[in-house]
Design a protein around this ligand. Structure first.
Ligand SMILES: Cc1ncc(COP(=O)(O)O)c(C=O)c1O
Length: 401
């Protein structure tokens, strides 16, 4: 009899965490490695947020809280939805978890029965399919072509829906492509969804604030109020507020769903850290101006990376609207030979070659469900990005027919 449960055989560990780990190990062994795998801003948490956490500790806010969030944090989240998204949610329609990841996990655990399908546009964030599988559901992938900026079309959505479809997961701006849906693009999708009452919508808005070039962010429940009663609007403080280590995410939706998610959380982690919750209140209610300052830096880095990658023979990189990722095609390198005589047969081979030949760590597109591409995170210093582009260009130029 195996110690490890059968359900674990359905899933794999996060490949993005694996790449970061490999880069860390090579660095520790003395190699000169530039990590382009990071899924977090390189900026530190703003001081006012840190101060709120310290005050919470000194004030004795060190006990269990309500399972799915304090009244203060839920009020701050309701105010955020109203102010930024024009959405009215009551506190009992809000659930706070240990990162956006737990909110997604709770939602899927609370709703999926064996055979239930979850539509996941590809390329996708690596955790969606595995969470669906762990919860007993079936991921249904819909490839989204580069020529539509990796976005789901209404026709492809319509074709993917079956009587067993329970959720559509929408992530805008996207990890790994940085693509974001305009209001019109979302409207085309919500019109399809209105016709299929069995399908719920899970919008992962984690990168809402990281948009450039005056892009206007919108979310499904705002675009189509008729869908609000079957939408979970998920968000968090990890990315925009540089709080990845604090572990606070949240979701808002119908009370029945929120209660079920709280039940899952009550039997796993209980409340997220009381101190992190106090910090998140300050993040949402406090000054927001640093976000625009960070975005200027991110936009300059995005432009640098897109230009740098487009100078590399065999690569092609689109310019995305948001997040801190680009998703270049490496189709032009497939079939070529490395200086040591190996043939590049896949995006996995290409990123391995980059790491071994030039010490640049990126993540293969295969991990995100669309090949032949790779993901580059530009949430790292401008100098490191310049050097990375130089190295990637050298690696591409060294390939032969
Ligand atoms: C698209 C997306 N959703 C959710 C998350 C999870 O965020 P958190 O760190 O709050 O759990 C991430 C983190 O990388 C992400 O990229």
């Amino acid at each position: 009899m195996s110690l490890i449960a059968e359900r674990l055989s359905r899933i794999k560990p996060s490949p993005t965490i694996a790449v970061s780990q490999k880069a860390r190990e090579l660095k520790a062994a003395g190699q000169d490695v530039i990590g382009l795998g990071a899924g977090e801003p390189d900026f530190d948490t703003p001081d006012n947020i840190k101060a709120a956490a310290i005050a919470a500790i000194q004030d004795g806010q060190t006990k269990y809280t309500a399972v799915d969030g304090t009244a203060e944090l839920k009020a701050a989240i309701c105010a955020k939805f109203k102010r930024e998204n024009g959405l009215d949610y009551a506190p009992e329609q809000v659930s706070v978890g240990t990162g956006g990841k737990q909110v997604l996990y709770n939602a899927l655990m609370a709703t999926l029965d064996p055979g239930d399908e979850v539509i996941i546009p590809a390329p996708y964030w690596v955790s969606y399919p595995d969470m669906v599988l762990l919860a007993g559901g079936e991921p249904v992938f819909v490839p989204c072509a580069q020529n539509n900026n990796f976005k789901l079309t209404a026709e492809d959505l319509e074709a993917a829906i079956t009587p067993k479809s329970k959720w559509l997961i929408l992530n805008s701006p996207s990890n790994p492509t940085g693509s974001a849906y305009t209001q019109d693009e979302l409207k085309a999708l919500t019109e399809v969804l209105l016709r299929h009452e069995q399908v719920w919508v899970l919008t992962d808005d984690m990168y809402e604030h990281l948009v450039y070039d005056d892009f206007r962010f919108t979310t499904a429940a705002q675009v189509e109020p008729g869908l609000k009663d079957r939408t979970l609007t998920m968000n968090g403080v990890s990315k925009a507020y540089c709080m990845t280590g604090w572990r606070i995410g949240y979701g808002a939706g119908p009370v029945q769903l929120i209660k079920a998610m709280s039940k899952v959380q009550s039997q796993s982690t209980s409340n997220p850290s009381s101190i992190s919750q106090a910090a998140a209140v300050e993040a949402l209610n406090g000054p927001q101006d640093f976000i625009a300052a960070h975005n200027e830096v991110f936009k300059a880095r995005r432009d640098l990376v897109v230009e740098g990658l487009n100078r590399c023979p065999g690569l092609h990189c689109h310019t995305p609207e948001g997040a801190f990722y680009v998703y270049p095609s490496c189709a032009g390198t497939i079939g070529k030979k490395t200086p040591s005589g190996q043939t590049i047969g896949s995006d996995g081979d290409f990123v391995t070659y980059l790491l071994e030949a030039e010490g640049v760590a990126a993540v293969q597109g295969e991990a995100f469900g669309l090949s032949p591409y790779f993901r580059v995170s530009y949430a790292t210093s401008t100098e490191a990005l310049e050097e990375a582009c130089t190295r990637i260009k050298r690696a591409c130029e060294a390939l032969t027919e």
